[in-house]
Design a protein around this ligand. Sequence first.
Ligand SMILES: NC(=O)c1ccc[n+]([C@@H]2O[C@H](COP(=O)([O-])OP(=O)(O)OC[C@H]3O[C@@H](n4cnc5c(N)ncnc54)[C@H](OP(=O)(O)O)[C@@H]3O)[C@@H](O)[C@H]2O)c1
Length: 318
Amino acid sequence: MQYANLPTDPAADERPLAAGVVGASGYAGQELVRILAGHPRMRAAVLQARSDGFEPIGAEGLAGCDVVFLALPHGESRALGEELLERGAQVVDLGSDFRVDGWTYGLPELHRDAVRVARAVANPGCYATAAILGVAPLAAAGLVDGPVHLDGKSGVTGAGRTPSEKTHLPEIHGGITPYAVTGHRHLGEIEQELGRLAGSARPATFVPHLLPTSRGLLVTAHVRLVQPLDQADLDDLYAARYADEPFVRFGGLPAPQRLAGSNACWINAWADERTGTVLVEAALDNLVKGAAGQAIQNANIMLGVEETAGLTAQGLWP
Ligand SMILES: NC(=O)c1ccc[n+]([C@@H]2O[C@H](COP(=O)([O-])OP(=O)(O)OC[C@H]3O[C@@H](n4cnc5c(N)ncnc54)[C@H](OP(=O)(O)O)[C@@H]3O)[C@@H](O)[C@H]2O)c1
């Protein structure tokens, strides 16, 4: 006799899980490979890219994988992602092709239950992860008045490894460079998620900047409130929202340079009662909680593995 909810082979629960990494020669792809090297259950079984030394990109070569991570440039994931789904694969896309009104939005702190039953997950953008987690407690409590104003600063790995004038050392060294001042690609997913939390549209402005560093990003949010909130109530709101989250750290002065290699998002919020505004800082490593780490967090949840597996490293500091 068999019971539907019991594994027929108890050892099957502990077998190694095979991951495919598509775009394995890129920054996000290599970060997936690095983290998977220390994962207790999942291993990088297939590495695909265009460069020599990798397998060619294509769904057929990924047939034996329990999960496939797509770490391809914007616009390159759609056809392969859809083909993989048709073939019955479980997929986490690190790009932006499926984030808005597409696949399950893989921000586990907001959508853990949906990720658990999803076959296809759109991993959030790096800035978007910090912005949404930073503002989520206020949006969910219905406290946000008017547009949310966001300012972002990121190391240049956020732009990928293809050289460009924008990321060339003499152009960025010793400076800070604004870009995409209106209409950055992450705005759509930020507004989508803050709107879902608030129950009505939440417009946002977002000004990103490039810093002359490799990793790490910081998002500052300026949020007008519908009613005053003192610091003690604000602290309680955030502490309660994130108390059980293994990858959200609350308090202190969030600083991305202390998070390199860690899957943490470090958040704090200050009540500015004089202006009726809350100021939020949210920091993370763009390649870990902003990309590969969060993708593995999602895959752990999808495959029924401990959510923190492979992701317990502390940030490098100094
Ligand atoms: N970097 C970050 O901080 C970050 C954070 C969150 C999300 N993401 C997203 O993750 C994805 C990968 O980003 P990345 O920073 O790892 O990019 P990347 O360093 O430029 O790597 C791109 C990868 O895609 C492969 N590729 C396949 N088709 C390509 C094409 N037509 N043009 C260029 N490359 C192609 C490249 O292979 P070859 O090198 O062999 O050509 C390489 O393996 C992007 O969608 C990005 O938005 C990145």
